[in-house]
Every structure is written in structure tokens, then in C-alpha cells.
Design a protein around this ligand. Structure first.
Ligand code: CTP
Length: 488
């Protein structure tokens, strides 16, 4: 078998073959590395399977390598690992392994190469190449993995029910590989996924989400997401997304299928950005629609407030899917909340103040928001899409003009919360929030100019209404609080 390896990889294989020869061990490079080399894709880690003691082989290989990489190993699992020249190399003894029903704990016993290949997930991942002297480079392919690679098919080495029941995550992997490699899942394999879908519940959410994110990072995630939906797997761990599917018709009026619309928005986003979280915002942008769906007589279907409901659902979904609970989640929730705003600016005669508000609310995420909104323009009517996109370009130009004039992005109002607390001699409280908001809103609306004096005067007016008395005249603060515009 001739595969295109780098000098480092070849050097490593030579040392492995030599060490294996010395200890009388038979060993092979197997799995994703072989698959990706044959497909001419970039490879990541190298998996070595040997008939015998994988840990001992790893140690004797490491000893011969320049820099003597450090070997870490798990005696119980018979696996060993080291990192060499940036490549992760994993050694494992060939084994028979099966998972008991309702449990993820495997029963493992030593086995032959074929036993090991049999217990792997797909035929294309079960290809092995010998590294021993004498048979070096020979391909061992008992399950026609090469044929499946050329036919672009996802098949399991054993009966699919057996392979999937050994590790139900493989159902997600089948879909992920089909999406990533642009392969087709054999109908009987897909039928087995449908049949075994509930078994995904024994898999940890972290592993499921890892696969889901790999699907999200494909060039066209809609393929994988649709397969997840049609197999029934999606409903098992992400029912909120499944709730988007379907069309209801009343009085001859229907609405679009929000599931397939969402998939299109994800693909549109993916064609312009490889940011996983922006893609998640695309996935969740309409997630509040099922909960807000109403039929208004004489008007048709509405989803009022779905962006607010979607924003609130985001943290819960992130928790449920074990996605990070950090600023990434806040970013996604923010884009979901704002996703209708740029489009609403295409409608009437829009004031500078509406533009300023969007610039202020979106801040640094404005470009991402605009990209999401542009991706959200989907319609079967090409003329309509063209018209929307043209209007959208005008909004972009207006936003740019207002930003250049007013510099409102990342702007801070000229009187800060700290100023307010000092002036009135109070601590953090609701009153501080009310006063801060009054000033900010007045400036964004263009009711008062964006400077300290105007903000201070308004503060005094509002405070009087609230029966608050200043303890400090506030005049010793000449700091302009980072505001940088003097617009009207
Ligand atoms: N494998 C398996 N069942 C799993 C996971 C992995 O049979 N649930 C086997 C496959 O033979 C796979 C190999 O272990 O090729 C290595 O697994 P992994 O590194 O997770 O996958 P790769 O195939 O290398 O692909 P990727 O790195 O894209 O996940």
C-alpha cells in the first residue's frame, strides 16, 4: 500500500517496525490515519494496534526516538501514548471488546487483528497497514473498507445493530462522517440508527455534543443536522430544535418550516464564517418560534417576541447540551436577541437614533450580527431575496455613516454609575440603574447632546423627580467618561 507520508511519519514507522521486530510483536497502523491518508485529507493522530503488549512496544519505541518522548499509559486498558514532533501516537493491544446492555463499561480481552477490526465502528475506519519488516506496507482490509472509500459509503463491519449497541455514539459518528466526507450512509445502516436511536441516552452528553459540534463545523452542516432529525436522534437530546419542524395551515395560510429554514441559515452562515459560535447563533436564532406561534385572524401566523424567548432559552439549551457557560453563551444569546433588528431597519424611514441604538446594543458583535441577518434572508422567491439583500446593503451603508459620525460602538455615557453613586452618596442600587438608563436613552434618542454637562443637567432633573438630593456637586469630575462625540 503506497500512501503519502511525511519524512517524520516514515521515520516513526521505521522505528516502530524495528522495535516490534526485536520483541517479536506484530503491529499495524490503523483507523483514522489510514482512512485520511487514502482520502488525501490532513491526518491528526496515529493509532498503532499490536498483537501483544502495546505498552511495552510504546516504551521501546520512545526509547529509540530522538528526545525520548514521555510515555503515558493505562495498564487497565492496555493503552499507551506519547507525542512526537507534534504527532499524537497511541498504542493499543488488539482486543475483543463489547459493551454490556445498559452500560458503557466494556469487557475487554486480547484478540487477533481481525477481532480488533471487527469491533471498530466503520469499514473505512478498520483498515490496517502492516509496519513489520517483511510485510511492511501490506494493507489488511477484511471488510472491504477500500471499496467503501471509493464508493463513498458508510458501512459497519458487523451487523449494524451490534456495532451501534457496542457504542451508541457511533450513530452520531456515522452521521458526522457522512457529513464531513460527503459519504452516504447505507440504507440498512440508517434503518438501524433509527431503530437504536434511544440507546444514545446511555452516552454522555459531552461526547454527543462533541460530535454535534463536528457536524456544525462541516462546510454544509444542514446535511448532518437533517440526518440527525430524520434518524430520530436529534429528538433524543435536542427536542427544542425538533419542535421547529413542520408547517401548519389555517384558513389557507401556512408558515415556513422553521427547521429547514434554520438549516439553510446555518449553511449560509457556514459559507461565510467558520466561527462555531456564530453557527450556533444561526442554529438558535428562531428557537423561540414554536413557543410564540399564534394565528391572528385575517392576518396569518405570527411569532411575536420569539427573539426574546430565544434569548432566554439559550442558557438552558447550553446547559442541557453541556456547551460552555461563559461569554460564548452570552454572545450567542445576544445575537439571538438582536437578530431581527438590522432587518427592521430596512423597512421605513429609519432615524439615526434607531441606527445608533443598534450600534450601541451590538457593539463589537455588529459584523457577526449583520452576517447572521444576511444569512437569515431565505426565500424561494429569488426576486424577493435580491430586493431584501439590496435594502440590507443600504442599511450597512447607513450604519457605517452613523458610526463614523457618532462613534457609538463601545461608547460609554458621559456620566457613569460610579459618578452617580458619588454625587448622591449612595451605593449600588436600583436608583443608580434608573438614572443611568435615563441618561443613556436620552443620548441615544438624540434628546440631549452627548456631553457631561447635558448629562449632568438631566441627571439633576430626574433625581429631583425621584426625591434624591446630591451630596456632591459633581463638578469636580472633568473626566468625559470615554464619550467621544458631541452629536445632537
Ligand atoms: N473508533 C470506534 N468507535 C468509536 C470511536 C472510535 O470504533 N466510537 C475507532 C475507529 O476505528 C477510529 C479509531 O477508533 O478510526 C480512532 O478514533 P478517533 O480518533 O475518535 O476517530 P478518527 O477515526 O481518528 O476520526 P476523527 O479524529 O475525525 O474523530
Amino acid at each position: 500500500m503506497d500512501i503519502d507520508c511525511s519524512a517524520e511519519e516514515l521515520g516513526l514507522f521505521e522505528v516502530i517496525g524495528k522495535s516490534a521486530g526485536e520483541s517479536g510483536t506484530t503491529c499495524y497502523v490503523i483507523g483514522g490515519f489510514v482512512r485520511d491518508k487514502i482520502l488525501n485529507r490532513a491526518t491528526k493522530d496515529i493509532d498503532i494496534v499490536c498483537i501483544g503488549d502495546g505498552i511495552a512496544l510504546a516504551h521501546s519505541v520512545a526509547k529509540k526516538l530522538p528526545g525520548r518522548p514521555n510515555v503515558s499509559y493505562f495498564k487497565n486498558f492496555g493503552t499507551a501514548h506519547f507525542r512526537y514532533n507534534g504527532i499524537d501516537v497511541e498504542f493499543v493491544g488488539a482486543r475483543k471488546e463489547s459493551y454490556r446492555q445498559h452500560s458503557r463499561k466494556p469487557e475487554v480481552t486480547p484478540g487477533t487483528l481481525e477481532d480488533d477490526q471487527k469491533r471498530r465502528d466503520f469499514t473505512i475506519n478498520a483498515l490496517a497497514i502492516s509496519l513489520n519488516e517483511g510485510s511492511y506496507g501490506n494493507l489488511i482490509d477484511p471488510f472491504e473498507g477500500m471499496k467503501d472509500l471509493s464508493l463513498k459509503k458508510i458501512r459497519t463491519p458487523l451487523e449494524p445493530d451490534t456495532t451501534f449497541s457496542d457504542d451508541p455514539l457511533r450513530m452520531m459518528r456515522a452521521i458526522r462522517f457522512a457529513n464531513q466526507l460527503n459519504f452516504e450512509i447505507e440504507p440498512e445502516i440508517f434503518a438501524s440508527i433509527k431503530h437504536n436511536r434511544e440507546r444514545i441516552r446511555i452516552v454522555s452528553q459531552e461526547r454527543i455534543t462533541d460530535e454535534l459540534n463536528k457536524i456544525m463545523m462541516c462546510s454544509s452542516p444542514s446535511t448532518g443536522l437533517d440526518l440527525l432529525y430524520r434518524s430520530g436522534l436529534l429528538k433524543e437530546f435536542f427536542p427544542q430544535m425538533v419542535a421547529l419542524a413542520g408547517v401548519e395551515i389555517l384558513e389557507g395560510k401556512g408558515h415556513k418550516d422553521n427547521f429547514y429554514h434554520t438549516l439553510q441559515v446555518i449553511d449560509n452562515t457556514a459559507s461565510k464564517s467558520d466561527d462555531l459560535w456564530l453557527r450556533w447563533a444561526a442554529l438558535l436564532h428562531d428557537i423561540g418560534k414554536p413557543a410564540t406561534k399564534r394565528f391572528e385572524d385575517g392576518h396569518g401566523w405570527t411569532f411575536h417576541g420569539h427573539e426574546v424567548v430565544g434569548e432566554r432559552m439559550t442558557p438552558k439549551i447550553f446547559r442541557q447540551l453541556k456547551l460552555p457557560q461563559n461569554e460564548k453563551m452570552k454572545y450567542v444569546a445576544k445575537l439571538v436577541a438582536l437578530h431581527l433588528r438590522p432587518i427592521s431597519l430596512t423597512k421605513e424611514d429609519i432615524t439615526d437614533s434607531a441606527m445608533r441604538r443598534l450600534l450601541f446594543d451590538a457593539g463589537d458583535d455588529l459584523e457577526d450580527l449583520m452576517l447572521l441577518c444576511e444569512s437569515d434572508i431565505t426565500s424561494k422567491n429569488r426576486q424577493k431575496v435580491k430586493r431584501y439583500l439590496e435594502n440590507f446593503e443600504l442599511v450597512k451603508i447607513r450604519l457605517k455613516e452613523v458610526e463614523e459620525k457618532d462613534k457609538i460602538r463601545n461608547w460609554q455615557p458621559p456620566v457613569s454609575g460610579d459618578d452617580i453613586m458619588r454625587i448622591f452618596g449612595i451605593g449600588p442600587s436600583r436608583a443608580v440603574g434608573v438614572l443611568k438608563t435615563t441618561i443613556r436613552e436620552a443620548i441615544l434618542d438624540g434628546d440631549i447632546p452627548n456631553n457631561y454637562d447635558a448629562a449632568y443637567n438631566l441627571l439633576m432633573e430626574k433625581a429631583q423627580e425621584m426625591n434624591m438630593t446630591p451630596v456632591d456637586n459633581g463638578k469636580n469630575n472633568t473626566d468625559t467618561g470615554g464619550h467621544n462625540t458631541d452629536k445632537s
